[in-house]
Design a protein around this ligand. Structure first.
Ligand code: NDP
Ligand code: OXD
Length: 313
């Protein structure tokens, strides 16, 4: 079995080393420009088009991340890039759900307990007690109830917060009020105090965080975007903060990453910025999951995390 590997990461050599240990039977090689030699599997993160184009020998492409938007973006820009018969398989959790729950609950609790405002008061050396937000109306709405969104929603509900979730197909999760499909989108948004985005980035979800969406939330709501920058219409966020429709936002993902030094978001104190770290791809968990899937595929078994190319996730 021949396995191609590609990732631009400072620790790429360590990843390759760990894959070699987890797949001792594989002929594993790091893809270099010009390498068109046969391969059965490609293990990749953000590969260049040349790596995949014309590789009709590939059985599967295993993406070293949960989101496959970068790979599908190659196909969208250059139809025919993805090998005809290869399955596209993504990471499922592999340690990301817990990290995402930590990041989102931390942020929601920061807003609930008004720590963002206490930070400002500290800068002004002011000792001032703020009225707490009432918990029973501090409704959190989670967009996307997949592997990550469902875990996040349950973690938030454990703090006694009212939690809603939104997905494409109907879902039932104990303690979460669920909504599904376009026809229930407005009912899901209605009066939400904190909107958390954990949707995949697809043509259907692009730009979903926009003026119309914000207008349905409770006045003075909060936004947490941990999915993709392409979900957010940036000017609409700045306008919503300026009008008071939104109080603050925490953003982990951006249309352009790294976020350019002259971007307006850096200068907006109500926006908290982190550099795409809400759920890091953990090496040992990810190598183990991908190696297990390759072995299962070699045995002819089916595996989880196969992307539906029509839906785009
Ligand atoms: P999943 O595929 O497991 O879940 C996706 C969820 O979104 C599902 O509930 C799905 O509905 C819902 N959904 C998709 N399209 C629509 C739509 N058009 N309308 C309504 N609901 C929709 O993905 P994960 O939970 O594993 O990951 C989610 C995203 O998080 C990734 O795609 C990635 O972009 C991002 N991410 C960000 C990271 C970071 O560090 N910032 C790290 C990891 C992931 P249904 O259940 O009906 O299918
Ligand atoms: C992912 C990511 O999609 O890290 O896994 O963003």
């Amino acid at each position: 079995m021949k396995v191609l590997f590609y990732m631009t990461h400072p620790d790429a050599a360590e990843w390759l080393h760990d894959f070699a240990r987890a797949l001792p039977e594989a002929e594993l090689r790091e893809w270099q420009p010009g390498d068109t030699a046969p391969a059965d599997f490609a293990v990749v993160w953000r590969p260049p088009r040349e790596m995949l184009a014309g590789r009709d020998d590939l059985r599967a492409i295993l993406n070293l991340g949960a989101g496959v938007d970068a790979i599908l973006g190659l196909e969208h820009a250059h139809p025919g890039t993805l090998p005809r018969n290869a399955q596209l398989i993504r990471l499922e959790d592999s340690g990301m759900a817990l990290q995402m729950a930590e990041y989102v609950t931390h942020t929601v609790l920061r807003y609930l307990r008004r720590f963002d405002e206490y930070q400002t008061l500290q800068g002004e050396r002011r000792w001032h007690v703020l009225e707490p937000h009432p918990r029973d109306t501090f409704t959190v709405g989670v967009l996307g109830l997949g592997v990550l969104g469902s875990h996040v929603a349950k973690a938030l509900a454990s703090f006694g917060l009212p939690v809603r979730g939104y997905s494409r197909g109907a879902r039932q999760i104990d303690g979460i009020t669920t909504f599904a499909g376009d026809t229930q989108f407005d009912a899901f948004l209605d009066g939400v105090k904190v909107l958390v985005n954990l949707l995949p980035h697809t043509p259907d979800t692009s730009d979903v965080l926009n003026t119309r969406t914000f207008s349905k939330l409770a006045r003075g709501a909060y936004l947490i975007n941990v999915a993709r920058g392409g979900h957010l219409v940036e000017q609409d966020l700045l306008d919503a903060l300026a009008s008071g429709q939104l109080t603050a936002a925490t953003l982990d993902v951006f249309r352009e990453e790294p976020l350019p030094a002259d971007h307006l978001f850096w200068r907006e104190p109500r926006i908290t910025i982190t550099p795409h770290v809400s759920a890091l791809t953990l090496r040992s968990e990810s190598v183990e999951q991908v190696a297990c899937k390759i072995k299962a595929l070699m045995r002819g078994d089916t595996v989880g995390g196969v992307v539906n190319l029509e839906r785009g996730y």
